[in-house]
Design a protein around this ligand. Structure first.
Ligand SMILES: [Zn+2]
Length: 92
């Protein structure tokens, strides 16, 4: 076996990792766990590098407890991926 790690995700080097790439990394490492998923939203817990963050997904509005100031941090994107909301494109 010559492959190791990313399994085709195409992540080369960590310096320019995008939030979407980080979201995928969180997913494949098992850091994302859906606590509650319903039609009206979802509660997801993400174990980040520096702490555990809670993401609340609801139609048109998602929030995360991490200190990031961006509207959609990697935790929110990872939560959307694991909750499989119709909003997110399934690239699998
Ligand atoms: Zn976050």
């Amino acid at each position: 076996m010559t492959r190791s790690g990313t399994d085709g995700l195409g992540i080369r080097g960590r310096g320019r990792e995008t939030v979407e790439q980080k979201a995928h990394r969180l997913l494949v490492t098992g850091a994302v766990r859906a606590v509650d998923v319903a039609e009206t939203g979802a509660l997801v817990v993400v174990a980040g590098d520096t702490g555990r963050y809670e993401v609340e997904l609801s139609p048109g509005r998602s929030t995360c407890s991490c200190p990031a100031t961006v509207a959609r941090c990697s935790h929110v994107i990872a939560a959307e991926l694991i909750a499989r909301l119709p909003d997110s494109e399934d690239a699998a």
